[in-house]
Design a protein around this ligand. Structure first.
Ligand code: SF4
Ligand code: SF4
Length: 120
């Protein structure tokens, strides 16, 4: 009979959860609290839990909050959730959780900075 192996999902670009194998103690607390069953238990010593269904992650943060080993697990938010905004008067850029955001993006969009024309 052939062996069956559970592996990190290689097909999706979404890497919702990142582990640091050096810090993870394989306690599987993150697996137990995940409300979406995104993770599978650690397969063995030195190996963190398996990210089986990254696209099912709700980014609730329970796994990170319950981890007893700081830095062993973190969330990687998708680009569409990495919100940024700009103060019109000064061009200052702001992003959630970013203490030192990059400089303002000054290249004008196609059609310039003017008000949108009718039908656009
Ligand atoms: S962020 Fe929430 S849904 Fe995603 S893996 Fe962690 S506990 Fe599960
Ligand atoms: S809760 Fe933290 S230490 Fe425990 S298995 Fe998950 S990532 Fe590793």
């Amino acid at each position: 009979m052939a062996d069956a192996h559970l592996v990190n999902n290689p097909l999706t670009p979404n890497r919702a959860i990142q582990f640091d194998a050096d810090l993870c103690t394989q306690c599987n607390a993150c697996v137990e609290v995940c409300r979406c069953d995104v993770l599978a238990p650690s397969p063995g010593p030195g190996e963190p839990p398996v990210l089986v269904y990254p696209d099912e992650c709700w980014f609730c943060g329970c796994c990170v909050a319950h981890c007893p080993s700081p830095g062993a697990i973190r969330m990687e938010h998708p680009l569409c959730q990495q919100v940024g905004w700009k103060r019109k008067e000064t061009g200052e850029q702001f992003r959630l959780g970013m203490a030192d955001p990059p400089p303002a993006y000054v290249r004008p969009p196609v059609g310039g900075w003017g008000p949108p024309s009718k039908g656009r």
